[in-house]
Design a protein around this ligand. Sequence first.
Ligand SMILES: Nc1ncnc2c1ncn2[C@@H]1O[C@H](COP(=O)(O)OP(=O)(O)O)[C@@H](O)[C@H]1O
Length: 198
Amino acid sequence: MTEDMIRERVKAELKEKRFRHVEGVVQTADRLARIHGANPEHARLAAWIHDFCRQWPKEKLVQTAKDMNIEEQYFEMPELLHGHIAAGLAPQEFGITDEDVLNAARFHTSGRTNMSLLEKVVYLADAIEPGRKYPAVEEIRKVAEEDLDLALALSFDNTIEYLIQRREPIFPLTVIARNGIWRKVKESRSEQASFDIK
Ligand SMILES: Nc1ncnc2c1ncn2[C@@H]1O[C@H](COP(=O)(O)OP(=O)(O)O)[C@@H](O)[C@H]1O
C-alpha cells in the first residue's frame, strides 16, 4: 500500500478532528525524525496508523484485544488498547510489517522503558503536534527539537501530572519508563555542573 492509500484508509475511519490530529502527528513525526536521525518514512507510517482504532467503542477494543492475545495488563486501561490493536491489524490492513514501526504505534500512548528512537519520535509527535494545547506544550515542543530524551521525560511528567490532577489511574509501566528516562537524562548530563531544569 502506498502512503497515499494508507492516508485515505485512515481518513475514512476517523472523524475530521481526529484525522487532523493524525495529520499533525505525521508532519511532526517527519520533522522530528529528520532532526534526530530516525527514518522519516517509518515515522510517518507509524504516525498515520497510530490512532486508526481510536474511535472504536470500548467493547470492540476489548474483544479484539482478547482475540489478538494482547497482554493482560493493558486491559485494565482500555485507553491504551487502540495503539496495540492498530499495530496488530497493520500487516493485513496496510501491509506494514516493520517491527519498529509497529512498536511505535503500539506504545504511542503509554510509552515504555528503553524506547527506540522511532518510538520516542512518534510518542513525542503525538504529544506536541500543532493541534495540542496544554500549558507545558510550548516548552516540550522547544526541547524536542534539541533533546529527545529530555522532551520525553518532560512529556511523561506532564501526562502523569495530568492524570493525577484528574484522579485517573496511571499505567505502571509509564511510571517505570518515566523513572528510567529521567535517570538517563541526568546521567548523561552529570558532567555538566550547571545542569538545571526549570
Ligand atoms: N500512561 C497512561 N496511563 C493511563 N492512562 C493514560 C496514560 N496516557 C494516557 N492515558 C489516557 O489515555 C487517553 C488517551 O491518551 P492521548 O495521548 O490523549 O490519546 P492518543 O493515544 O489517542 O494520542 C488520555 O485521555 C488518558 O486518560
